[in-house]
Design a protein around this ligand. Structure first.
Ligand code: SF4
Length: 274
C-alpha cells in the first residue's frame, strides 16, 4: 500500500469524526432543550416558491425578503408572468428585498431553467423528492446562481429531506464550537457537518444553530454567560475563559495593542464577512 501523499492519517480523521459526533450529540441534546426540539412537519411553501424566496433572502433580513416575496406574488399571478415581466419592472416590485437589480434577472434566469427542466409539468419540482439526495442537490446547484446553501434550503424546507443549509449563523456557531477543521470554508462545511448528522437530526441542528447564533452566539460579542455549551466550545476555551495559547497567539499575529480588535480578529479570522 502506498503511503498517503499528504494530509492527516486515516486514524486521525476517524478520531476527528468521533470527536465531532460526540460534540454534536451534546449540542443537539442541550440546544434541543433550549429551543423546544424543532421538527420539520410540513412544507412552508411549494419548492419553486421556496427557491424564489431563498433568492430574495440573499443578503437581507427575513422580514425584507418576505415582504419582497409577497409583493412579487401579488404583482404576478403565475411564474410564467414573472418570466414574461420586464426585468426592470420586476426589480422595482422586489426592491424592498435589496439587491433588486441582481435578484430580478437571477430569478428570471432560474425560473427559465426550471420551466425548461420540468417540461410537461412546468415549474413542478416535486420530482426532486424521488431523486437520490446528491442528485437532487446537483440538479438545483446546476441552476444559475444557486449554491449548496440554497439547494439545501429547498430540499430541507420544501421536502423535509436531510440536506443541511449552512448559513452565516450555522457556520459561525459550528466554527466556534470546533466542529470544523481549521480554515474550512463555508462550501466545504456543508459536507462535513451534514455527513456528521443522522438524517433525522439535520432539521433540528439547522434550526437550533440558527436560533443560537441569533439569540446567544452573536457575531459580535457572543453571550457565553447564557450558553449551555461552554464546556465543549473551542472558542470559549481558547478565547473567553483564558488568554489564548501561544500557538493561537502566533497564528493570529500581532500583540494586542487594541485588545478589542485583536479579540475580534481571533474570533472572525476564519470566517467570511457577514
Ligand atoms: S460558549 Fe460562547 S462562543 Fe461558544 S457557542 Fe456558546 S455563545 Fe458561542
Amino acid at each position: 500500500m502506498s503511503p498517503r501523499a499528504s494530509g492527516p492519517s486515516r486514524q486521525k480523521l476517524a478520531a476527528e469524526r468521533r470527536r465531532r459526533r460526540a460534540k454534536i450529540e451534546v449540542i443537539l441534546d442541550r440546544l434541543g432543550e433550549r429551543y423546544d426540539h424543532p421538527r420539520w412537519s410540513t412544507p412552508r411553501l411549494d419548492p419553486t416558491a421556496e427557491l424564489v424566496l431563498t433568492i430574495l433572502s440573499q443578503n437581507t433580513s427575513d422580514t425584507n425578503s418576505a415582504r419582497a416575496f409577497d409583493l412579487l406574488r401579488a404583482a404576478y399571478p403565475t411564474w410564467d408572468a414573472v418570466l414574461a415581466a420586464d426585468t426592470a419592472e420586476l426589480a422595482d416590485v422586489i426592491r424592498p428585498g435589496g439587491l433588486a437589480n441582481v435578484k430580478a434577472p437571477r430569478i428570471q434566469a432560474v425560473l427559465a431553467e426550471v420551466r425548461d427542466g420540468t417540461a410537461g409539468t412546468p415549474f413542478d419540482l416535486s420530482f426532486l423528492a424521488a431523486l437520490p439526495l446528491e442528485e437532487a442537490k446537483a440538479w438545483l446547484v446546476d441552476l444559475p446562481g444557486i449554491g449548496p446553501k440554497t439547494a439545501a434550503i429547498v430540499l430541507l424546507f420544501a421536502f423535509g429531506r436531510p440536506a443541511l443549509p449552512v448559513d452565516t449563523h450555522v457556520f459561525r456557531v459550528a466554527t466556534r464550537l470546533g466542529l470544523l477543521p481549521p480554515k474550512t470554508d463555508v462550501v466545504r462545511s456543508h459536507g462535513i457537518l451534514e455527513g456528521s448528522l443522522e438524517p433525522d437530526e439535520v432539521y433540528a441542528f439547522h434550526v437550533e444553530l440558527i436560533r443560537h447564533g441569533r439569540e446567544v452566539c452573536h457575531a459580535q460579542r457572543p453571550a457565553c454567560e447564557l450558553c449551555p455549551l461552554t464546556d465543549i466550545c473551542t472558542y470559549y476555551r481558547e478565547v473567553v475563559s483564558r488568554a489564548p495559547r501561544p500557538s493561537v497567539r502566533r497564528a493570529i499575529g500581532a500583540e494586542p495593542t487594541d485588545p478589542e480588535a485583536w479579540r475580534e480578529k481571533l474570533l472572525h479570522g476564519a470566517l467570511p464577512p457577514e
